[in-house]
Every structure is written in C-alpha cells, then in structure tokens.
Design a protein around this ligand. Structure first.
Ligand SMILES: NC(=O)C1=CN([C@@H]2O[C@H](COP(=O)(O)OP(=O)(O)OC[C@H]3O[C@@H](n4cnc5c(N)ncnc54)[C@H](O)[C@@H]3O)[C@@H](O)[C@H]2O)C=CC1
Ligand SMILES: CC(C)=CCC[C@@H](C)[C@H]1CC[C@H]2C3=C(CC[C@]12C)[C@@]1(C)CCC(=O)C[C@@H]1CC3
Length: 345
C-alpha cells in the first residue's frame, strides 16, 4: 500500500454519485457537513459544495484524481440491472470494484462503504426474515446479481485493520423514492400498456421495499460506525424499511395513488413463471434476428411472486439503525413526486 496522505474524516467521495441512490446520498452528506467528490461516468446535476469527476471506475488513474485527500469512499455505481449486458456487469461490478479497492488503498482512503444488495442470497424461492449469514445464492437470479455477489466478496475480503483499510457492505432491498428511474416508471409503463391487471399467485407474498432516505441513513451510519474496533469491519448489513408488505399491496398503493386501477385477477405462479421461461428461451433463440424485451421475465415473476424480506436486526444492534421514514409516508412522498406519471398527465 502506498504512503498514507493525511485526509480529513469529513472529506468523502461517492462513486456512482450521479445515480438515483448516489445523488440522495450526496445531498445528505452535504447537509451533514461533509465535503463531497462525485465520481461517475456521467454528470446528472450540479450542487454547491460538490466536485464532480467524470470517469470510468475501471480506470484507476481517473479514480485517483477524485480520491485525492479523501478518507471515506461510498461505492454505489453499477450498470442498471435491466441492461442485461453480461460483459458490462463483469467489467464494472467485478473488475471495476477491484480497481476501486486498489485506488482506495493507493490514495490512503481509510473506509470503503459498498452498496451491495439483499438479492445476493435470493435464488427465486421464498426468504422470510432472512439474516445476513444466509449463504450467497448458488444460482443467482440473473447475471447482475451474480456480479453483485462477487463484488461484495471482494470488498469484504479487502478489510484489513492492520493496514488501516476498513470495509463494510450495505444490502438494501427494493429501493424506491423520488427520482427513481426504475421501480415506479416501470410499474406505470406496465399499467399504461394495460398489463397491470393480474396478481401473480395468491397475492400474499411479503417483500421489502425500502425508501431511499432510509437506505441513505444506513450508509451514513455504516460510515460513522466503521472503526477498527467495531463489529462492522468486513461485514454485510441489510437495510430495509423493516415493514415487509405484500408485493401486490405495495404495487396497488402506488398505482392507485397515481390514479391507475389496482391489479385484480389472479394467475397461478407456476403458470406465469413457466410462460416467462418459455418467452425468455424464445428471445434467446431469436436474439441474432430481433431483440425482444419482455415485460414478464422469469426474474421479475420470481420477484413479484415469492416472499423475500430480510431482517435488519444486525444493523439495529451494531449501528443503531432505525428507519427514519415509515412505508406509509414514503409511498405518499413518492407518489407526490411523480406528477408526470399520473394517469392522464
Ligand atoms: N435500486 C434498487 O432497488 C437497488 C439498488 N442496489 C444497488 O444500489 C446501487 C445504486 O443503484 P441505483 O442508484 O438504483 O442505480 P443508478 O443506475 O441510478 O446509479 C448507478 C450509477 O452508477 C454509474 N456508473 C455505472 N457504471 C459506471 C462506471 N463504469 N463508472 C462510473 N460510474 C458508473 C451510473 O452512471 C449511475 O449514475 C447499485 O450498486 C445497485 O446495485 C441494491 C439493491 C436495490
Ligand atoms: C422488491 C424488488 C427487488 C424490487 C425491484 C424493482 C423491480 C424488479 C420491480 C419494479 C416494478 C416491478 C414490476 C414487476 C416485477 C418487479 C418489478 C420490475 C412486474 C413485471 C411483475 C409482473 C407483473 O404483473 C407486472 C409487474 C410490473 C412491475
């Protein structure tokens, strides 16, 4: 490891700081008096007190410039799961994370907080109140998740108290909130195309959806509690709203809040899953000729039709985590933040 440069504990960098979670995190850090550098392949906004560095996290030289005099790094960059680009996931999430770790070590960064995902243990079958010590999925639901597993292992294994480099991973689940480009927009798009009429299974499956501000709170706590003598070193922590909700109730509350009808008709889970699998095989076969992006992928059907909620007891115990915003309030704030997605808008 290179010679350490003295850096202020209030100087931090957010890799992926132009993204949905990253930007909310940057805003909170600024509010808390941190001086923040954003490192991202794109710049999506400007904020007083924030320095932007545009670059690819796979390029160590680019990173080193952004990490100068920084003591704390948040790594929340990733290609979008929907990109479905295996080579890109491998390059950015695995090789790129290796580069982020090396750059942190060379720049004398003391703490690295990774945004992982609770899905690293999910194989498409029920998980009820899952704890962090569940084994990593042997058959992850998609290639994105497979590389999130490899990424988390790399970051946690890099934790080295002797060398003064501490790491921790936050595993959120189903992040939603204002400016989210995925969950609510996909849902509304599906509703506008008339495809949100059906409930997959009996509709009783419980899932965690986590308000972005609570996820940010978990990251900030992790950074502040990560010390050489703390239990956080080299560990993963679930951060959720701690209020599992029926998947279809959540979808319905958002849809109805935006003026759309809630789904009503039930379809058997195995039927929909089987059809999604067939469709997926068909898209693979036809890929050389045409590109089809089906709404119902096996992964989405599994996410929509199984229980998958996680205990955040470890985060409560080790870093005093408690969600700041209830699910009820979070849904209300989220719905109000999307006037353009309302029915008829
Ligand atoms: N959105 C969700 O429900 C969940 C997200 N996560 C994780 O949270 C993190 C943040 O997710 P979101 O904010 O939703 O995603 P996002 O797509 O809004 O943000 C990711 C950011 O990473 C940047 N990025 C991608 N490749 C890069 C590269 N090569 N170099 C530099 N920057 C690059 C993008 O430009 C983007 O600004 C990701 O690591 C994701 O895996 C985990 C669980 C759930
Ligand atoms: C809990 C969790 C990990 C959420 C991640 C977000 C997305 C995977 C969901 C956002 C909108 C959801 C959605 C469906 C599946 C999961 C999402 C993409 C469906 C495709 C499920 C099948 C349907 O009937 C339509 C749904 C549209 C919205």
């Amino acid at each position: 490891m290179a010679t350490r440069i003295r850096s202020s504990s209030k100087r931090c960098a957010v890799v992926g700081g132009s993204g949905f979670l990253g930007r909310h995190l940057v805003e909170k850090l600024v509010e808390k008096g941190y001086s923040v550098s954003v490192f991202d392949i794109r710049q999506s906004y400007e904020l007083p007190g924030v320095t932007f560095h545009q670059g690819d996290l796979c390029n160590k030289q680019d990173l080193l410039v952004a990490l100068r005099d920084v003591s704390l790094v948040f790594h929340c960059a990733s290609p979008a799961p929907s990109s479905d680009d295996q080579a890109l996931f491998q390059r950015v999430n695995v090789e790129g994370t290796r580069t982020v770790i090396q750059a942190c070590q060379e720049a004398g960064v003391q703490k690295l907080v990774l945004t992982s995902s609770a899905s690293v243990v999910f194989e498409g079958t029920d998980i009820k109140n899952g704890e962090e010590d569940l084994p990593y999925a042997k058959k992850p639901i998609d290639y994105y998740t497979q590389t999130k597993i490899q990424q988390e292992k790399l970051v946690l294994q890099a934790c080295n108290k002797e060398k003064g480099f501490l790491t921790v991973a936050i595993r959120p689940h189903g992040i939603f909130g204002p400016r989210d480009p995925q969950l609510v927009p996909i849902l509304v798009d599906t509703a506008r195309r008339g495809k949100m009429k059906f409930i997959i299974g009996d509709g009783s499956n419980l899932v965690d959806f986590t308000f972005v501000e609570n996820v940010v709170h978990g990251h900030v706590l992790a950074a502040e509690y990560l010390k050489p003598d703390s239990p956080l070193c080299g560990k993963a922590y679930h951060i959720t709203n701690d209020e599992p909700i029926r998947f279809w109730d959540f979808m319905s509350r958002v849809l109805v809040g935006l003026g759309y009808d809630a789904p009503r008709y039930h379809l058997p889970y195995s039927l929909v899953y089987g059809l999604a699998l067939l469709l997926w095989l068909l898209t693979l076969l036809l890929r050389p000729l045409i590109t089809i992006k089906p709404t119902f992928t096996p992964m989405r059907v599994a996410l929509a039709g199984t229980h998958h909620y996680y205990s955040c007891a470890r985060a409560k115990h080790d870093m005093g985590y408690k969600p700041l915003v209830s699910l009820h309030e979070a849904i209300a704030q989220t719905v109000a933040s999307y006037p353009d997605l309302r029915r008829g808008a």
